[in-house]
Design a protein around this ligand. Sequence first.
Ligand code: PRP
Length: 181
Amino acid sequence: MYRPNEIESILVSEEEIREKVKEMGRVLTEEYKDKNPLFLCVLKGSVTFFSDLIRAVECPLEIDFIRASSYGSGTVSGGKVNFTVGGHVHIEGRDVVVVEDILDTARTLYTVKNEMLRSEPASLKIVTLLDKPSRRVVKGFSADYTGFAIEDHFVVGYGLDYNERFRNLPYVGILKPEVYT
Ligand code: PRP
């Protein structure tokens, strides 16, 4: 298994992710089977989870992509969210499912959700693979569906990066602190 030296330990294994994605897929299939929902991938971190999740949902759906980023090259959220929607993302009247890799301070999803709601979707729900509730800055903000609630470790892999590295690891790993301190 590809395990770079900078990874201290594996927090969520490939197998655990696979099982969780299947389970989330079943729940979403049940909820959206007659709705032709629009699944929105929040680039870049969500891309791996998104591509696995949509294949676990067994009903018609459409997909689109938005870009949001706040971290820049550090390990701590910059506090300002850059948010871009391609001109072709039409969500008015749609049942929208926003898919994220991690909910941390919640600044990103708070911004995304508010922007989306201005376009009047029929419904809007948030799915996140990981949640770090102890880091929340937007108090009271939560996802509708969460894969794993985790402690406050700096995690990479399965889409998540440090300085754009490690997104291709097939598991979620904890980065050695000396890498970023
Ligand atoms: C990460 C992650 C979420 C966000 C969560 O994105 O993918 O979008 O941070 O953090 P928050 O809850 O504190 O806002 P990042 O800004 O690193 O961009 P990326 O997805 O392109 O890696």
